[in-house]
Design a protein around this ligand. Structure first.
Ligand SMILES: Cc1ncc(COP(=O)(O)O)c(C=O)c1O
Length: 416
């Protein structure tokens, strides 16, 4: 009989071994007790539940032209990029996408990376070397948080959406180099950053502004040109943006947009660009096709925003605590992590897929159901989604108007 190597009797002459992963068991138990276990659930390939959980804001991931572009790019360039962008991983498609994305969003230059996560790591780390003060909103996306952790500069986390706190942090740093970083639209509550105020504060202190427009591209600004375009900040010499190609553009990948000298600097120094395989041709071709569709159909962006507001209106009318959406994301507060998981499961059983946000993904520890609007949602689907969320709600899920305000409460907790 084989013996468990970690429980072997030391008197049998064998050296006693300590289980190097016993701490994992403890962590797993703690997660189970707190209702915070995460599981993988493969989605169906064909028609499944009504999808308000994904990020396919414009419904382009299954658009025939986008899928054909992905297939065509794979046939022409191969399934993989074959190497990092600096070696063999750059194709004419990458260059075309960079040119067209920069032009569409109003920036001088763009750099495509393998994900939005890698784009944020690249921009934050490359733009905040030693001696730099990084000022980061408390509700920023985990990829920005991780970028701050990797950067050589010093990070100061400021309360959510608080230009006054940013000003104080910059003033305390004096004339030193500084980078202020914020999501344009925050993932958890779908609320927007005060970009004009942040830009004003940055300019007053000679700081650069880096904005993650993952949720703004395709949804905000004229024809979906993004939050920075809407704020009149696209193309400014002191402003840099990151975007993902995996939400409104229905593909995969990410990009950094900004002045050409900043992009050149990233090409030379950003480790998540230099040491990462380039974006696969299929994803690059799909994103390019989706971008062209978006350019041809400027009404798509407004349709997502209208659908989000309709979801929000239906839910708040029924007494649920939700933050008024500034883009596509509508979050509804749940009484506890366990209640949020059960609520989402009941929705799914009724044919509605919704997201579920729990700690550590929420900066204030409050769990939420997360519904993402899409441009192709019909009024009937929206009404059905609202009715399903309502019919499956756990006790105590209905909040008051005051609770709705609390959903976007300013907080200074760093997401884990
Ligand atoms: C605000 C924000 N930034 C960055 C990312 C990461 O993008 P990607 O999924 O392309 O890595 C996400 C994805 O969820 C996001 O919501």
């Amino acid at each position: 009989m084989t013996q468990d190597p970690f429980t072997r009797d030391p008197s049998a002459g064998e050296p006693s071994a300590r289980d190097p992963f016993d701490w994992i068991e403890h962590e797993a138990r703690r997660r189970r007790d707190a209702g915070l276990v995460r599981t993988l659930r493969p989605r169906t390939a064909g028609t499944g539940p009504l999808d308000l959980a994904g990020n396919d804001y414009l419904g382009l991931s299954r658009h025939p032209a986008v899928m054909e572009a992905a297939a065509g790019a794979a046939r022409r360039w191969g399934a993989g990029a074959t190497g990092s962008r600096l070696v063999t991983g750059s194709t004419a498609l990458h260059a075309e996408l960079e040119r067209e994305l920069a032009a569409f969003c109003g920036f001088e230059s763009a750099l495509v990376l393998s994900s939005g996560y890698a784009a944020n790591l690249a921009a934050v780390t490359a733009l905040a070397p030693r001696e730099t003060l990084l000022v980061s909103d408390a509700a920023n996306h985990a990829s920005i948080v991780d970028g701050c952790r990797l950067a050589r500069g010093r990070t100061e986390v400021v309360p959510h959406r608080d230009p006054g706190a940013v000003r104080a942090a910059l003033a305390g740093h004096g004339a030193g180099r500084a980078l202020v970083v914020s999501d344009a639209v925050f993932s958890v509550d779908g609320d927007a950053a005060p970009l004009s105020e942040l830009a004003g504060v940055c300019r007053a202190h000679g700081a650069a502004l880096l904005v993650d427009d993952a949720h703004g591209l395709g949804v905000l600004g004229a024809g979906g040109r993004g939050a920075l375009h809407a704020a009149g900040l696209a193309g400014a010499p002191d402003v840099v943006a990151t975007v993902t190609l995996s939400k409104a553009l229905g593909s995969q990948g990410g990009a950094v947009l900004g002045p050409a000298r900043v992009i050149d600097h990233l090409v030379n120094t950003a480790r998540s660009f230099v040491f990462d395989t380039g974006l696969a041709p299929a994803a690059t071709g799909a994103a390019l096709a989706a971008l062209r569709l978006l350019r041809e159909r400027p009404g798509l962006a407004e349709r997502v925003r209208t659908a989000a507001l309709a979801l929000y209106g239906g839910l708040t009318e029924r007494g649920y605590a939700a933050c008024r959406p500034d883009a596509a994301v509508v979050s509804v507060r749940a009484p506890s992590p366990t209640a949020a998981v059960e609520w989402a499961a009941r929705c799914r059983a009724e044919g509605l897929a919704v997201g579920c946000f729990r700690p550590p993904s929420v900066p204030d520890g409050v769990s939420r159901l997360r519904l993402t609007a899409r441009a192709d949602l019909t009024e009937r689907q929206i009404a059905r989604a609202v009715a399903t969320v309502d019919a499956t709600a756990p006790g105590g899920a209905r909040g008051t108007a005051a609770a709705a305000g609390a959903v976007s409460a300013r907080t200074a907790v760093v997401p884990g």
